[in-house]
Ligand binder design. Structure first.
Ligand code: BG6
Length: 451
């Protein structure tokens, strides 16, 4: 970590900062990972004094930080945090911001854009106009643009101030413990390593169910929808890790190869399902005629040597029965036995479950399916000692470690594919599903989902 450095949180009084970023920074404080002179600048429009802001921040940290709240640690943390009020869309305000940095002696920066995507360009323009230094990295939240064209425009604007190596595209799924574990599991167990291919694997399923609705993010979400909000980034990242040819090779390059080989099925109307939860149209800030999907399921293929011909099913949605994210691998059947399956539970439970066939006791040939379970999150120590995704990623950025961030060329490839699918959305009916259900009927019928 550089001397005289700071992280500036644009969107300092927003949900992401309160729920994820401040708790993550507090965890880094409590594990001694922040250097003494490191500052945290929270930028917001509201008229808070620093003390008022810290009072609010404390409540979120108490609720969301994995480390138990400790007043000694918090007192140290408090001294780093400065609330700075400004209108980030006004370019001239950045003059005042620069004066503030000068007064604080801050000249190495991490800027965190925890704001609506429409503000990414105004903020960059403001920094470009008045910043006294280009010792700056930027962490930028997804979605990066609304499609390939707007992503390219955004990338060009960012490049006028930040070098390509200073742009950290954050995808917090890459920081999740069990997603990182997919590689370890593939690479370090001969029984999985040797059978991780289309000869032995029949299909792959990735599902991310959420029980919450759009909440306070309706304005953004209604323009985005499930495909752009979850699939184009988070779930494609997971997919790339599962199917990459060489998990021991250069990670980002291997991921890119997967994104370049994504293939949709030819009949979109059968293999892509769009849904909207009942009541969505009545939510605040949602257009009453909205056709935005809060659920999407699709079947696709990755035409690399390893997985050519293996169907991959992805589904995600809001206001579903349970919050549960998992990856399931269905292996090919041997004779009349049931197929083996491997489930990697990503959240909220973290663990691995393997189902296999065994003889039913007392019979000669009758088979039954049984399972072996490993529950990582059942161990309290694991829960407390495992860095959360944002904590891990913030720390990586502070240390110039780009390995867990998405690369621009990956974003281009994943947008191309997502755009290809969204261009067909008018051929796909929007099915209304009940809140608290499993999602639209046609998605349930798409394949035999492994639970
Ligand atoms: C965000 C999406 O990137 O990820 C949200 O914008 C979604 O809509 C969230 O709820 C899911 O993250 P997690 O970590 O709760 O699975």
């Amino acid at each position: 970590m550089q001397k005289n450095s700071a992280i500036t949180l644009f969107g300092g009084s927003g949900d992401l900062t309160y729920r994820k970023l401040l708790p993550a920074l507090y965890n880094l404080e409590s594990t001694g990972k922040l250097s003494d002179d490191f500052k945290i600048i929270a930028i917001g429009r509201r008229d808070y004094s620093c003390d008022q802001y810290l009072e609010i921040a404390q409540r979120w940290i108490e609720t969301y930080a994995r480390k138990k709240f400790d007043s000694v640690v918090f007192n140290k943390f408090k001294k780093r945090v400065i609330y700075f009020k400004m209108d980030v869309s006004d370019v001239e305000e950045y003059y005042r911001l620069q004066q503030f940095y000068d007064n604080q002696g801050i000249n190495h920066h991490i800027y965190y854009y925890a704001v609506a995507p429409s503000l990414f360009i105004p903020i960059t323009n403001g920094l470009k106009k008045y910043s006294a230094t280009n010792q700056a990295k930027v962490i930028i939240e997804k979605p990066f643009g609304e499609d390939l064209a707007s992503a390219t425009q955004l990338n060009t604007t960012l490049a006028q101030f930040f070098g390509q190596d200073e742009i950290y595209h954050i995808d917090h799924y890459l920081g999740k413990e069990m997603i990182q574990n997919i590689i370890s599991l593939r690479a370090n167990n001969i029984i999985f390593k040797e059978i991780w291919n289309n000869k032995c694997i029949e299909s792959i399923q990735i599902s991310a169910s959420e029980s919450e609705g759009v909440g306070t993010r309706a304005g953004y979400y209604d323009k985005s929808g499930a495909l752009k909000d979850m699939v184009q980034n988070h779930l494609f990242q997971v997919l790339s890790i599962v199917v990459m040819d060489n998990p021991e090779g250069d990670f980002a390059t291997e991921q890119l190869k997967v994104f370049n080989r994504l293939c949709a099925v030819s009949d979109y109307s059968k293999e892509v399902v769009r849904g909207q939860y009942a009541g969505y149209l009545a939510e605040t800030n949602i257009s009453p005629q909205s056709q935005t999907e809060t659920f999407v399921a699709l079947k696709l293929f990755v035409e690399n040597d390893r997985f050519s011909g293996v169907p991959i099913y992805i589904k995600t949605g809001k206001k579903l029965k349970h919050r549960e994210t998992q990856l399931a691998i269905k292996f090919r059947q041997v004779g009349n036995s049931l197929p083996n399956s491997l489930i990697i539970k990503i959240q909220p439970d973290e663990g691995v479950n393997f189902k296999f066939n065994i003889k039913k006791p007392g019979t000669i040939t009758e088979l039954q399916q049984v399972s072996m379970d490993f529950c990582q999150s059942c161990v309290l120590e694991n829960r407390i000692n495992t860095p959360e995704a944002y904590e891990r990623l913030l720390y990586a950025c502070m240390n110039d470690d780009r390995s867990l961030f998405s690369r621009w060329d990956q974003i281009v490839a994943s947008w191309k594919f997502a755009n290809e699918i969204s261009a067909k959305f008018d051929q796909i009916p929007l099915e209304v599903y009940e809140q608290g259900s499993e999602g639209p009927e046609s998605a349930i019928a798409m394949t035999e989902w492994i639970v």
